[in-house]
Design a protein around this ligand. Structure first.
Ligand SMILES: [Zn+2]
Length: 367
C-alpha cells in the first residue's frame, strides 16, 4: 500500500504553554503525554467574550502548570466558557473536570462517552477480574505473559482523569453548535471509542477530527474484556465511509495527534485499505486454525512486550470479529480453552509462512 500524500501547512509545533493561530478564530496548543505517543493537540475556538475548548490533556500537575500559563498569556483575558471532549480517553478528558470547575463552564460530550467515563471513574478494582483473565486465556496468551498482565492489575482510569462534573451537555450526531458566529456540525464516529465527536465548520472548511482521523498513526481499534463480543472494526470502517461521503476532501483537518493536515479522503481510503489488508492476512493464515495470540506476528512485525501484547491482542481480535461478522471466519474453543479461528473460504491457499504485514508504530496502541 502506498502512503497517501498529505500536506502539513505548519512545520513548527506550538511549545507547551503557548498557542498558535492556525485558522480564523482557532488556536492550536499541545500538552505533553507520559507515553510513547508524547503529545496531544487541543484547540481553542474564539467565541465572543470567551473560548470554547476542544479536549483538555491528561490529569497531572504538568498539564495543569501549562494550563495556568495559557490562562495568563494566551486567552486575551477571556474565560473558557464551554469544554468539549471528543471522547472519553484520558488524554482528551483528563483535565476536563478541573477546567470546568475553574471556569464554571459546562462539559459537552456525547452520551455514550460521558457515561462510559463516569463508569470507569467509579471502578476501583485493583485485581484483574476473572472475566478479564478468561478473555486473555481465550485469546491464547501464554501463562508467563498472563502472569505479567495480572501483576499489573486492573482499573486506574481515575488516576488519569480528574473527577468529572455530575452533569454534562449532550452532543448528538448532526447537531449544530454556534461558536464565534460560525456553525459547527457534530459528526460522530465509532470504533476507536463508541460515540466519538468530531466538529466540522463548513464556512471555514475545517474538521476537528480528534482520534477519529489521524494523519501518521492509526488509532487503536480494540476488543476488550468489557465487551468481549463486540465488532468495533465494523463500526470503524463504517465511520470512514460515512466521513468520505459527508465531508469534503478540501477540509483542513485538525487531529489530536501529529500535525494539522490536508488530504482527508486519501487518508480515510488508506486507513480502510490498511485494515482490509490486515484482515486478509489473518484470513489467509487461518486456513489452519489459529489463536489470536498466534496471529500477532501477522499483524505486528515488531517484538512486543507483555503490555504491548495485551493491547495488540485487542486489535487482533477486532480484525477477527470483523471477519466473523462478514462470514469469513468461524471460531471454536479448543481443548485448552482457547478460541481458534478458521477460514471458511475453501479457495484460500494455505500459506505456511505469510510475510509479516507492516504495522505502523505501536504508539497508536496508546491513543
Ligand atoms: Zn482516543
Amino acid at each position: 500500500m502506498d502512503k497517501p500524500s498529505l500536506t502539513y501547512p505548519f512545520d513548527d509545533l506550538p511549545a507547551p504553554g503557548t498557542t498558535r493561530v492556525i485558522a480564523p478564530g482557532i488556536k492550536w496548543l499541545q500538552m505533553p503525554l507520559p507515553f510513547a505517543l508524547d503529545h496531544i493537540n487541543l484547540y481553542l475556538l474564539e467565541d465572543g467574550d470567551g473560548w470554547v475548548l476542544v479536549d483538555t490533556g491528561i490529569r497531572g500537575d504538568k498539564t495543569r502548570d501549562f494550563w495556568l500559563q495559557i490562562f495568563d498569556n494566551e486567552l486575551d483575558g477571556k474565560p473558557i466558557t464551554r469544554v468539549i471532549a471528543t471522547h472519553m480517553h484520558p488524554d482528551h478528558l483528563g483535565q476536563a473536570g478541573w477546567l470546568c470547575r475553574h471556569f464554571n463552564a459546562p462539559l459537552l460530550m456525547s452520551r455514550t462517552e460521558y457515561f462510559y467515563a463516569r463508569t470507569f471513574s467509579n471502578e476501583n478494582a485493583r485485581v484483574l477480574p476473572p472475566e478479564a483473565i478468561q478473555f486473555y486465556e481465550r485469546g491464547g496468551i501464554p501463562e508467563p505473559i498472563l502472569a505479567e498482565i495480572r501483576s499489573r492489575g486492573w482499573g486506574g482510569f481515575s488516576n488519569n482523569v480528574e473527577p468529572l462534573p455530575i452533569g454534562y451537555h449532550r452532543l448528538i450526531d448532526n447537531q449544530v453548535l454556534t461558536i464565534g458566529g460560525r456553525q459547527w456540525r457534530v459528526v460522530t464516529g465509532s470504533g476507536h471509542s463508541p460515540e466519538h465527536v468530531c466538529l466540522y465548520c463548513d464556512e471555514l472548511d475545517v474538521l476537528i477530527s480528534g482520534d477519529q482521523v489521524l494523519p501518521r498513526i492509526t488509532s487503536n481499534v480494540s476488543v476488550n474484556a468489557n465487551e468481549p463480543e463486540e465488532d468495533p472494526l465494523h463500526y470503524w470502517l463504517d465511520s470512514h465511509h460515512k466521513f468520505l461521503a459527508l465531508l469534503p476532501d478540501t477540509a483542513f483537518v485538525l487531529p489530536s495527534h501529529n500535525r494539522p493536515f490536508y488530504g482527508l479522503h486519501a487518508r480515510l481510503i488508506y486507513l480502510i485499505d490498511h485494515h482490509e489488508d490486515r484482515m486478509l492476512a489473518c484470513e489467509e493464515k487461518c486456513v489452519t486454525p489459529q489463536t489470536a495470540h498466534d496471529l500477532l506476528p501477522v499483524m505486528f512485525s515488531r517484538e512486543l512486550d507483555s503490555f504491548q501484547i495485551m493491547l495488540a491482542l485487542g486489535e487482533c481480535i477486532a480484525h477477527l470479529h470483523c471477519l466473523m461478522g462478514r462470514g469469513r471466519l468461524e471460531r471454536f474453543l479448543d481443548q485448552d480453552g482457547r478460541y481458534r479461528y478458521r477460514s471458511i473460504d475453501p479457495s484460500l491457499p494455505a500459506r505456511a509462512d505469510p510475510e509479516g504485514h507492516d504495522s505502523p508504530d505501536l504508539a497508536p496502541l496508546m491513543v
